[in-house]
Design a protein around this ligand. Structure first.
Ligand SMILES: [Zn+2]
Length: 303
């Protein structure tokens, strides 16, 4: 069993969901982020947050995957201050909803003043509602941005055990672990932070507080990055116990602190029944046979 604790499934296909389930992914976390182009109205954020706690959660369940999400104002869009103010008013209405396991992904992109302001406000919010935080560290000037993310988090009184620092690499991992944070790694295909290097990091640091994710989205990314990395770890002789920690248990332990994510959610899940509807809608299109699994039969039944 695997957990992918960072994947933007709203921008992925039903084929991806099927492949993920087949590869052993039982639960995922979808962090709120940007859409590849800036939103222009607060209503866009509202509808997006609603889909994260609503339709996408339902859609994942139709493929046998338990869906959780994080809610937050991403760092890129924090730079539109007028809009950011309005989004900040929305956030308290969503952070308490079912399936919300953290405030995130928040942090720095270009490390601007506005990003800093809304990062700090959201750290306070997370502290107030006692939710974990998912930090997005910048892709440019990463080391400085990562250290600053942790410094500011501590300034706001957050316990490192409640904070997952994501998008680490060899340059950042040591300090993140030494300071008591969860260190997540995003495995992007065809880049420097690939599965091979992840294996080496586990070899060097062990698996305590290390988390592997795909961050798959609308860009070139791989929704199977977690199971593929796990397989490579196994081939390269990494202990099963370490694979289990990095590709399943640590994500559950970190985000389980929200009280919203429990192993029984997927171990005792309802069987798949694609005849189910959410507000009148199903994942089926005209004439398709629903997948229906149950104690009586695991075969596909005709509608
Ligand atoms: Zn992301």
């Amino acid at each position: 069993m695997f957990i992918d604790p960072h994947i933007h499934v709203s921008s992925r296909t039903t084929d991806d969901y099927e492949a993920m389930q087949k590869a052993g992914i039982v639960a995922i976390i979808e962090p709120a982020f940007w859409l590849g182009q800036p939103r222009t109205k607060v209503g866009s954020f509202q509808d997006y947050f609603n889909s994260l706690v609503g339709w996408e959660r339902f859609r994942a369940s139709q493929f046998g995957i338990k869906h959780y999400c994080t809610i937050g104002l991403n760092s890129k869009e924090a730079n539109n201050e007028a809009l950011a103010e309005e989004v900040m008013e929305l956030l308290p209405l969503y952070v308490g909803k079912e399936g919300v396991v953290a405030v995130g992904e928040i942090g720095y992109d270009d490390q601007t003043k506005a990003e800093d302001k809304y990062y700090r406000l959201q750290l306070d919010l997370a502290k107030e509602v006692n939710l974990p935080v998912m930090i997005h560290t910048p892709h440019r000037d990463k080391k400085r941005g990562t250290i600053k993310s942790m410094d500011v988090s501590e300034e706001h009184g957050l316990d490192p055990s409640m904070v997952v620092v994501d998008h680490n690499n060899e340059e950042t991992v040591k300090e993140v672990l030494d300071r008591g944070y969860w260190a997540a790694f995003t495995i992007y295909p065809h880049t420097k932070m690939g599965s091979e290097r992840m294996v080496e990091i586990i070899r060097q640091y062990g698996a305590e507080r290390i988390i592997v994710d795909s961050a798959a989205d609308w860009g070139i990314s791989d929704p199977l990055a977690v199971p593929k990395t796990a397989r490579l770890m196994k081939e390269k002789g990494i202990k099963d116990e370490h694979i289990h920690l990095a590709c399943y248990q640590n994500a559950l332990s970190a985000y389980g602190q929200s009280g919203q994510m429990k192993e029984k959610d997927w171990l005792e899940a309802q069987p798949i029944d694609q005849r189910s509807k959410l507000a009148g809608n199903t994942v089926l299109r005209g004439g398709q046979s629903p997948r229906v699994e149950g104690s009586a039969s695991s075969d596909i039944v005709e509608n």
